[in-house]
Design a protein around this ligand. Structure first.
Ligand code: DAH
Length: 356
């Protein structure tokens, strides 16, 4: 019995984990365990022998059970200590700080433009980027043979033979939203329409997709004087300084008369500064909405008139934030985005400031 005792005490002491300990328990005091089998032998003994062996076996069984329990507790303690050691962390360390995304300059400028025109009472309207050629051209007084269609490097959508739907294009300007807004709400109107436009063109100042913001104001007594005031207000607010403008007579099929508008600028070391000097930079097209365009939008030109303009948003962003190459806007280069991007919580407002 002493051998049995020594054997198990030693094995228990050496058990590596709770599973090994459980195996030992079964082996020693389980139903068919060594000690249990010994206890069964008590039945075959004489009463005298039983009187001696009974208490001894019981004591042995108790001793093994206590050793098992003590070892089990010791193992649990050790496991807990190990976890505490491994999972310990210093909550006083400074955080790691995740990288935050940034607002693309185009989105930033679109928000700035929207904030300025909203302040002057213009609502935002939107239209589809895949447009019928009627909205993109005909309704804007650009008939099929008109050279403006060729000039615009239009992307046409593919049409299967026998497809009788009207031809669709990727809109070449935001002007079709004028027509859609006239149809949808009638006069009077005061809207801007920022959005993507497409032309097959690619160099330092042209990308096949770019952004415009269209403006449209229709009422009974709107004149070019108001167009001039609105645009001058806009440039002053946008560039944060009084900017001189120059209205040059021009031609667009959808306006009569038409004007291209230049802003005052100066070239210094290959980059341009807006609002000083005596150079001029063309930034937009504008004019009084052509009667045929009002008619196409179901608005009576004898009762209503108005002005329209179209500004290149990308051009504005390049000028305001000194970005030299338009193509970089759409390269998705993270280094560029981190450099030129804006903090996401700095929503531009007229009162809180337009840019960070
Ligand atoms: N749609 C013209 C373009 O993309 C820009 C433009 C010129 C818009 C005159 C207008 C306008 O609303 O009146 O080149």
């Amino acid at each position: 019995m002493d051998d049995l005792r020594d054997k198990y005490i030693e094995l228990i002491a050496g058990a590596a984990d709770e599973n090994a300990l459980e195996d030992l328990r079964v082996q020693a005091v389980g139903k068919k365990g060594e000690i249990s089998l010994k206890m069964r032998e008590l039945g075959k003994m004489t009463p005298e022998e039983r009187q001696v062996m009974g208490p001894k076996l019981n004591a042995l069984k108790n001793e093994i059970n206590s050793a098992l329990a003590a070892k089990k507790e010791a193992l649990a303690d050790a496991a807990l200590d190990e976890r505490l050691r491994a999972e310990w962390l210093d909550v006083t360390l400074p955080g790691r700080g995740g990288r935050r995304g940034s607002i693309h300059p185009i989105s930033q400028v679109t928000q700035e433009v929207t904030a300025i025109f909203a302040d002057m009472g213009f609502a935002v309207a939107e239209g589809p980027q895949i447009e019928t050629d009627w909205y993109n051209f005909d309704a804007l007084n650009i008939p099929g043979h008109h050279p403006a269609r060729a000039e615009m490097d239009t992307f046409y959508t593919h049409r299967a033979e026998g497809d009788n739907r009207p031809p669709h294009v990727l809109r070449t300007h935001t002007s079709p939203v004028q027509i859609r807004s006239m149809e949808a709400q009638g006069a009077p109107i005061r809207i801007i329409c920022p959005g993507r436009v497409y032309r097959a063109d690619y160099d330092q100042t042209h990308t096949p997709m770019f952004h415009q913001v269209e403006g449209l104001a229709i009422d009974r007594d709107i004149s070019m004087a108001q167009l001039k005031w609105v645009l001058e207000e806009f440039f002053t607010a946008f560039f944060g300084t009084k900017v001189k403008t120059r209205f040059r007579a021009s031609h667009f099929p959808f306006t009569e008369p038409s004007a291209e508008v230049d802003i005052q600028c100066q070239w210094k070391d290959g980059s341009v500064i807006v609002g000083e000097g005596d150079d001029w930079l063309e930034v937009l097209g504008s004019g009084m909405v052509h009667p045929k365009v009002l008619q196409a939008g179901n608005i009576d030109p004898n009762e209503w008139q108005g002005f329209a303009f179209g500004i290149g948003i990308d051009r504005l962003a390049m000028l305001k934030y000194g970005i030299p190459d338009l193509r970089a806007f759409f390269d998705s280069d993270l280094r560029w985005l981190r450099h030129y991007g804006f903090a996401s919580l700095e929503t531009p407002t007229l009162y809180g400031g337009l840019s960070g």
